[in-house]
Design a protein around this ligand. Structure first.
Ligand code: PLP
Length: 367
């Protein structure tokens, strides 16, 4: 590769084989699934494969969306935007904006939301979540792997207890950064979301998996024949199934490779000049640097060397606003301004890490 890519958490590249699948399906199955039985079967087969890969039973269904952002919006708003009764919701302060902002919309609609503060490593306490449960709590949404810290939330442990307390409370998990890195366990989960472009699939395809019994309404209006109206890309769906299969089937091997890469990086980094945020992260390492230069300058300096990292989540980087995640774990504004995110994948090589470390150690010494 002629670039040194360390921003896999933002997005991933599509390989030739995947592009070929996209091309073949686009050419052979270009017809609309609603008017063509073969294409319709292909879409249904995709959905069945996803359910099988997650070992789910017939209680669950797959809804394709244009992104995980849309899937998160749909899961929350599709169920509750027209709820007449005032409901209570629980989520965390470190969710992706597509979850936080959707809950903010529910607040504007008159509902109540508790945003749980994690500890200094970005881990949410089970007890704190349980303490917030009320009689009218309708949904608890907690992400699996955080996209700015790499920390893994004890989602199943928390959801198991919630279900034991009140089986009517819905549980939702944003699995976007978890797929292909850890086991996806749906046992106590009613709603789960995924994104294709984070796992070497094409951009523009998200997935919501929901329990069939959860009634939802459209959040984008159009033909009433589908919860998500609009003509879908069947090629993107077939691509998703392929990359999802690889991610799910190889998560243990991938987890080992990614952790080895992370450890190799840390072993060689000049650690006296950095604070590592997050605890036992998977997929990324968040570092607060002891430099005079801020993270934006460092990112730009590294980019000149063809090294791609980021200051924080790609969606908030452009806004030039402090990261809500780093703020939630207690970093002050100077620390937030000096924090970078480096993400690793199964494709990362030792040579790439050596090149990154050499340049980063230079930055730590000189900038
Ligand atoms: N959830 C998490 C944890 C993410 O990291 C992202 C993307 O950064 C999303 C949701 C949104 O995914 P998409 O880009 O498919 O909208």
């Amino acid at each position: 590769m002629d670039i040194y890519y360390f921003d896999y958490v933002a997005t991933t590249m599509v390989d030739e084989k995947t592009l070929q699948i996209y091309k073949d399906v686009s050419q052979k199955y270009f017809m609309n699934p609603q008017s063509n039985a073969k294409v319709n079967k292909l879409v249904n087969d995709c959905k069945i494969k996803i359910i099988d890969l997650l070992n789910l039973n017939n209680d669950y269904e797959v809804i394709f969306t244009s992104s995980a952002t849309e899937a998160n919006n749909l899961a929350i708003l599709g169920r509750f935007k027209n709820s007449k009764e005032k409901k209570h919701f629980i989520t965390t302060k470190i969710e992706h904006p597509s979850v936080i902002e959707t809950f903010n919309e529910l607040i504007r609609l008159g509902h109540e939301v508790d945003f749980i503060t994690p500890d200094e490593f970005g881990i949410v306490s089970k007890q704190e979540v349980l303490n917030k449960i009320k009689k009218n709590t309708a949904l608890v949404s907690i992400m699996s792997v955080n996209n700015e810290l790499g920390t893994i939330q004890p989602v199943n442990e928390i959801f198991q207890q919630i279900k034991a307390l009140n089986n009517n409370i819905l549980t939702m998990c944003d699995y976007v950064q978890a797929v292909g890195k850890i086991k996806i366990d749906f046992e106590n989960v009613d709603l789960g979301t995924f994104s294709s472009h984070k796992i070497y699939g094409t951009k523009g395809l998200g997935v919501l998996i929901k329990r069939k019994k959860i009634n939802m309404e459209q959040i984008i209006y159009g033909s009433k024949t589908s919860l998500v109206p609009g003509t879908k890309s069947v090629a993107d769906q077939v691509v998703f199934v392929n990359v999802f299969k690889k991610a799910i089937e190889n998560y243990e091997k991938n987890n080992e490779i990614i952790k080895k890469n992370q450890q190799y990086f840390l072993n060689n980094l000049n650690k006296s000049q950095v604070k590592i945020n997050g605890k036992n992260p998977i997929g990324l390492i968040s570092l607060t640097l002891n430099t005079t230069a801020n993270s934006q300058t460092i990112v730009e300096y590294l980019e000149e060397k063809k090294i791609y990292i980021s200051t924080k989540a790609s969606c908030s980087q452009k806004l030039n606003k402090p990261s809500h995640v780093l703020k939630a774990i207690g970093l002050n504004s100077e620390q937030m301004d000096k924090t970078i995110r480096i993400s690793f994948s199964i494709k990362t090589t030792k040579n790439e890490i050596d090149y990154l470390v050499n340049n980063l150690n230079f930055v730590l010494e000189k900038l």
